[in-house]
Design a protein around this ligand. Structure first.
Ligand code: CU
Length: 971
């Protein structure tokens, strides 16, 4: 089955790209050979057989699929919109919500609209999980039980290559050894029928990889592991980060590891360090949580003679966060809404319904006002149980197949009814967790459906009954079909703007945002231009200059959502819309990696562009709105009038001033830094996947000095020593990217708890942080006859860090010069406090940065643009000391170590922000910010993206361990 796949076709930056690949990561005793179910095989076969378009030639579009099976919203009598049940702590004083983590044994059913894989794990069997609604001064008590079975897996640790990125010579040597062991002669060339996934134990031994037992974790493994270990994180809440002292309960403590009873029973029987006793942060069976809200800026408020404030209201969420299993569990649908209710809601409710506390799901008042919880989760990289029970062992519980569910197992888009003139508030959560989870959310006029990898419009013709059929739609038509939307909040925080020098809450009319502009992606092919060429030219045009970037990213009437983002929007069904159907769409965002561009470049060379690892863009139709019934009594409502009803902005959400980031005299004295310094940090998120890993020659001196790393980090190919892509990928974080303090930054670091380099902000102060993403998309010659490359293996080329503009110009002269290694945008998330983001700067084709923010905004997850993009934010470290984390919200990157600790300290002497004479501002030019926070050079960026240090004792590694030369194009 492997043989049907073109290895070089897989995406590099989005995580292991398909079920087969993910199964490969399950290493050890669990019987990997059985891992590839027939469904996965057929998926791969189906996608691999997608015919290539030779030379990008125009092809006749396929006929639209049949309308059969597409629901007619007008024909149904009851809404099919559903929401999970609600837990209100206020209704159950002192009691806990029971959250049971269970396996979902429904291999033929996807857990929610938009999912295409079965969810392996769940909170209580449903997805989304139960909704929690709490007042801003309430306490949420949860008893979390782990009812899963036992983990059975082992994981590779330390230096080891990605098993399916082995160069052919190495694969042949392994096959030869396997043949000899079976008493057969060595093959002369790698046997295409040989399935490496069937022999991972032997491969591990052959390569000399170290194993770690998944039960008795004595250290940290930066890999996917422990899929049945769990815990709970309250994403967006401002609560304590560790245990609740003296109460035997935990707060938002992500270092908790909750084991199942089965797992513990098995572990107790095992010998070895770490088996017999539980570590301090480990629990068996259940753990009790208490999330205590309502003491925001407590010290300052008490000093000012005021009461501690309630937590500001907002749309947040909860999900598991145990390092190693975050992707597997959250991508399986383990996520629930966590809504903090407060003054903003009371004010809007009162204006719309006459009461501050209506039933949020019941249309109330003169405009049928209600709320809906819109859960978006689209996962291309499925949840796979790495630690599945051994078949027939009698231990553990049933393991779900990672195969996609059959079409009839995917829930159809829901239908909601609205009366003409009705106004609703939709709390939208993007719970997607992989590299394909970036979405643009919009409401379209008309019924649109996603079928056979494309979006279609349902057209209703004449006749009795009317004939319905599907017709193709272009991006321009989608742009034109968008209906007005009003945004109230982002990441749970009501939008804050500054007017006449004062902050106020606001609502944004999204139809006014960048209105009248054209999305560069929406240009139709011109005469004689193929679809592929047009797609490429349009993608390039997005990055031409600042105005183009703005027109590509900042569109009217939509919200751009990275993974984990939330947006509260208000939608009004027009008074004249009776009988109409609208579509709530989460359109796949194309600009967050260069995969789309790379795949279209491949198409021009006659290779297949979209394969199993990089499926065609997948838009997600969430729901259809059918407008029916008599118009609402209240007539046409002016949604923007609600803006005047909003309460004042509390101190906690005021913009963070320059002055707040400045150290007072006592602090600078104890820190030994210049008086008046500002507290600042500069860090970076970088890394590549293993597919398309560049061809890098290993220096002879290094190879000679490190023969033990042969096959683990380097191998010989045609007499040339080449670097092997690491199994853990190079995803890592560099906390020392302040190039004024550290002109030659060390390699970035993978997650390493307790590392002395951790950031230690001072509680109740503010800091300015600058985030860089120096991962560079690399370009190379792929015509090996004209450009022979020593040590070359399929899909791996010498890769050059050229600017987008130069790469694109070379591509159009010679299609064999193209993108070969993909960088990705990384969604940065930090716990406990929100970020006042002042700049999100995307590089244009020449590398100049352009701030896409009209004005600063509160967020808790912000995507850092690749190719040297930059984000600047300020944060108040209010109220809570202790340790928490920031990490990539592509959760597989987190599992692989793209996470670092932050320790908020109580004493200035223990804090360690970098002192700086000035800080950045929203209104500054790029050059002004560069002068304060110098940008990494191309050379630094190239090396940072390809190297990392994992300092965990016993499990870590240094990769690659030598200085990488930055290749230069000579022609
Ligand atoms: Cu990432």
């Amino acid at each position: 089955m492997r043989t049907r796949r073109d290895r070089s076709r897989r995406t590099s930056a989005d995580g292991p790209a398909d079920p087969a690949r993910r199964r490969l990561l399950q290493l050890g005793a669990a019987g990997v050979g059985a891992a590839l179910g027939s469904g996965a095989a057929s998926l791969l076969a189906r996608e691999s057989q997608t015919p290539a378009t030779p030379q990008g030639a125009p092809t006749a579009p396929p006929p639209p699929p049949s309308v059969n099976g597409v629901i007619d919203p007008a024909s149904i009598t009851a809404e099919t919109w559903t929401e999970p049940w609600v837990w209100r702590p206020a209704d159950w004083p002192g009691q806990a919500l029971d959250l049971n983590v269970v396996e979902r044994n429904e291999p033929n059913k996807a857990p929610s609209v938009g999912q295409i894989f079965p969810g392996q794990f769940s909170f209580g069997g449903i997805s989304p999980a139960p909704t929690i609604r709490v007042r801003g001064d309430g306490t949420i008590r949860v008893r979390l039980r782990n009812l899963l079975g036992a983990d059975f897996g082992r994981m590779w640790i330390g230096p080891c290559p990605d098993p399916i990125e082995l160069p052919p010579d190495l694969l042949l040597a392994f096959q030869c050894q396997m043949a000899k062991a079976a008493g057969k002669p060595c093959p002369e060339a790698p046997d295409p029928k040989f399935n490496v996934t069937d022999h991972l134990d032997e491969l591990g031994q052959f390569l000399g990889v170290k194993f770690m037992d998944g039960h008795c974790m004595t250290g940290v493994s930066n890999s996917e592991h422990g899929s049945r270990v769990t815990n709970m994180h309250t994403h967006g809440l401002h609560v304590a980060a560790g245990a609740n002292a003296g109460r035997n309960t935990e707060s938002d403590h992500v270092f908790v590891r909750l084991l199942s009873q089965d797992d513990w029973a098995m572990r107790k029987q095992m010998a070895g360090p770490g088996c017999a006793a539980l570590a301090a942060h480990e629990y068996v069976g259940h753990v009790d949580y208490e999330f205590v809200l309502g003491h925001v800026q407590r010290d300052g408020m008490i000093r000012a003679g005021q009461k501690p404030q309630p937590d500001p209201p907002g749309t947040h969420w909860y999900h598991p966060h145990a390092h190693g299993s975050t992707h597997d569990q959250v991508s399986a649908g383990m996520a629930g809404f966590l809504i903090v209710e407060g003054d903003v809601d009371d004010a809007i409710n009162a204006a719309m319904t006459g009461t501050a506390h209506p039933d949020p799901t019941d249309p109330t008042g003169a405009h049928d006002y209600r709320e809906r919880l819109v859960f978006i989760q689209r996962v291309i990289v499925p949840s796979v149980d790495f630690n599945a029970p051994v078949p027939g062992s009698g231990r553990g519980r049933q393991r779900l197949s990672p195969d996609p569910v059959p079409a009839e197992g995917i829930p159809p888009p829901c239908v909601m009814f609205m009366r003409p003139g009705a106004v609703e508030r939709w709390r939208v959560l993007n719970a997607s967790v992989d590299g394909r989870g970036f979405k643009r959310v919009m409401v379209l006029n008309g019924q649109f459906v996603f079928k056979e990898n494309a979006l279609w419009r349902v057209e209703t013709g004449d006749g009795a009954p009317p004939v319905r059929r599907l017709v193709p739609v272009t991006r321009a038509e989608i742009e034109a079909a968008k209906l007005p939307l009003y945004q109230l909040a982002l990441d749970g925080v009501t939008l804050v703007t500054v007017e006449n020098g004062r902050a106020r809450y606001t609502i944004k009319d999204l139809s006014a945002r960048n209105a009248g502009t054209v999305n560069p992606l929406a240009r139709p092919p011109s005469a004689g231009e193929s679809e592929t060429e047009a797609a490429l030219r349009n993608f390039e045009a997005c990055f031409r200059d600042g105005a183009s970037l703005r027109n590509a990213f900042v569109r009217p009437n939509e919200v751009w959502m990275a993974t984990a983002n939330r947006a509260d929007v208000l939608f009004k069904a027009p008074l004249t819309a009776a009988g109409k159907v609208f579509t709530l769409l989460a359109q796949e965002e194309l600009l967050h990696t260069d995969n789309f561009q790379g795949r279209n470049q491949r198409l021009t060379t006659g290779r297949s562009g979209f394969g199993p690892g990089n499926p065609a863009p997948v838009d997600l139709v969430i729901a259809h709105v059918h407008v029916r019934g008599t118009p609402v009594e209240g007539g046409d409502f002016d949604v923007m009038s609600l803006r005047e009803r909003l309460p004042p902005v509390p101190p906690y959400l005021q913009p963070v001033s320059d002055e707040e980031t400045r150290m007072p005299a006592a602090e600078s004295r104890v820190r030994g830094v210049p008086a008046g310094s500002h507290r600042t940090r500069v860090l970076s998120y970088t890394g590549y996947g293993s597919a398309g890993f560049p061809l890098i020659e290993v220096p002879e001196a290094y190879a000679t000095a490190h023969p033990e790393l042969r096959y683990l980090t380097w191998a010989e190919r045609d007499g040339t020593r080449i670097l092997l892509p690491p199994n853990a990928r190079t995803m890592a974080i560099n906390s020392r990217m302040d190039l004024i303090a550290t002109p030659n930054p060390p390699p970035p670091r993978k997650y390493s708890p307790g590392h002395p380099d951790r950031y230690r902000p001072l509680v109740n102060t503010a800091e300015e942080w600058v985030l860089y993403n120096p991962s560079l998309t690399l370009w190379g010659h792929t015509d090996l006859e004209r450009f022979p490359q020593r040590g070359q293996a399929p899909g791996r080329f010498r890769s050059y860090p050229v600017a987008r503009k130069e790469g694109q110009a070379r591509f159009w002269k010679d299609h064999e010069f193209r993108i070969v290694t993909h960088a990705a945008d990384h969604p940065f998330h930090i716990h406990i406090n929100p970020m006042w983001v002042t700049r999100i700067e995307v590089p244009d084709e020449e590398g100049r940065l352009h701030n896409l923010l009209d004005e600063p905004q509160w967020m808790d997850t912000v995507s850092i643009p690749r190719n040297g993009g930059r984000v600047v934010f300020r944060m108040r470290f209010a109220d809570h000391t202790g340790r928490w984390i920031h990490h990539c919200h592509i959760l597989m990157h987190e599992d692989m170590g793209m996470m670092q600790e932050v320790e908020c300290v109580a004493a200035a002497a223990s804090s360690n922000a970098n002192p700086r004479a000035t800080v950045a501002a929203h209104a500054m030019t790029e050059a002004e910010v560069n002068a304060i926070y110098p940008r990494p050079s191309v050379e630094i960026a190239y090396r940072q993206g390809l190297s990392f240090v994992d300092p965990n004792p016993g499990t870590g590694q240094v990769f690659p361990g030598f200085e990488i030369d930055v290749p230069k194009l000579t022609d």
